[in-house]
Write a protein that binds this ligand. Structure first.
Ligand SMILES: NC(=O)c1ccc[n+]([C@@H]2O[C@H](COP(=O)([O-])OP(=O)(O)OC[C@H]3O[C@@H](n4cnc5c(N)ncnc54)[C@H](OP(=O)(O)O)[C@@H]3O)[C@@H](O)[C@H]2O)c1
Length: 318
């Protein structure tokens, strides 16, 4: 019989953590695994003593580390120092406590928005440190990149199996649906919801032409579970749909319109900035490991998320 695993998820109350939780509860339960989903109520991970107390309480053998200070463009621009210091401290506390308490494997979460600004496409795992990140979020980006530096150093010096994954834009239930400072898809969902309620027009900011790769939080959850159980490397792995599944913001907005059953007028406000035209990431490495993994069709996943938002409007983050 295999040894019993206690898998502690930091940031377990957030969008990504709840995606993993849904997958574990519905599809992937194993009798030799105990999963513990924690939030800032369990520990303030910027505090080493608090972090240590949580590890002492749950005694994890494995850790999925998601907790982070996260935010949209505006928040990043304003608080680069806070993003850097908070995330460096959280990551250092979680990795160091994992090492000190003998955790066997840690999977941390990077992001495709930490890659060099001046780059060739598609982006792949080898390029993480190849130049400065976009100036808008350098605090967040450098703190995330240091996770990869720490993983390599913990492995080299202590033989630890600490690794990381790099998801593209995540969406799904439990997202932050704030219009001003949230991510693009949940923001669009909230705007359509309001337009529907107020009988007004739905305004899409920008031209709608930029391209993005979106990943449904439940698909990401399934991939996280696989990485935790099977992925053997220290080097990061990009978790993304393929380059061919990149969609324009305009197409994504149409999926939201359909998912919300919105029938009112739609207009583009082209005076608003478009942002980067594309950030295409390669999922070749993922496909080498999992050639048959099936991503949920985006229009189905968008509809599910829209329905969740409608049903949970009062309590959703917005
Ligand atoms: N969303 C995306 O599109 C995306 C894309 C790529 C990578 N990621 C990465 O995925 C991870 C999870 O992101 P998410 O979108 O799920 O974020 P989220 O929904 O905002 O959740 C953040 C989580 O971190 C916890 N947390 C924050 N500060 C903490 C602290 N000081 N101590 C303990 N817990 C703390 C929060 O706990 P409370 O609920 O108690 O506040 C929450 O569980 C992050 O590392 C992020 O960088 C996200």
């Amino acid at each position: 019989m295999s040894e019993r695993k206690v898998i502690l998820v930091t940031g377990g109350s957030g969008l990504v953590g709840q995606g993993i939780k849904a997958v574990i509860e519905k599809e992937e339960k194993r009798s030799d695994e105990e999963w513990i989903f924690t939030s800032s109520k369990d520990a303030d991970l910027t505090d080493k003593e608090s972090t240590k107390a949580m590890f002492d309480k749950y005694k994890p053998t494995h850790v999925i580390h998601l907790a982070a200070m996260v935010g949209g463009l505006f928040k990043n621009l304003k608080y680069n120092l806070d993003f850097f210091r908070m995330n460096m401290t959280i990551n250092d506390n979680v990795l160091c406590t994992s090492y000190e308490t003998g955790v066997k494997k840690v999977v941390s979460c990077l992001s495709t928005c930490i890659f060099p600004d001046d780059t060739t496409y598609p982006i792949d795992e080898e390029m993480v440190h190849n130049g400065p990140p976009h100036s808008s979020n350098f605090g967040y980006a450098y703190a995330k990149r240091m996770i990869d530096v720490q993983n390599k150093a913990y492995h080299q010096q202590h033989g630890c199996h600490f690794t990381s994954v790099i998801p593209t834009n995540v969406y799904g239930p439990h997202d932050n649906f704030c219009i001003e400072d949230g991510h693009v898809l949940p923001g669009l969902m909230h705007k359509v919801y309001k337009a529907q309620k107020d009988n007004s027009e739905f305004v899409i900011w920008g031209t709608g032409s930029p391209l993005r790769q979106f990943i449904y939080s439940l698909d990401l959850g399934r991939l996280f579970v696989w990485v935790m159980r099977e992925y053997p490397e220290i080097d990061p792995i990009i978790l993304s749909v393929g380059e061919e599944d990149e969609v324009s913001i305009k197409d994504a907005a149409q999926m939201v319109i359909d998912g919300m059953d919105f029938t009112g007028p739609v207009v583009h406000d082209t005076s608003k900035a478009d942002g980067q035209f594309k950030k295409t990431a390669s999922n070749v490495k993922l496909r080498k490991y999992l050639p048959d993994f099936k991503f949920t069709p985006m229009k189905d996943a968008v509809r599910e998320t829209c329905q969740w938002f409608k049903a949970n409007y009062e309590t959703a983050r917005k």
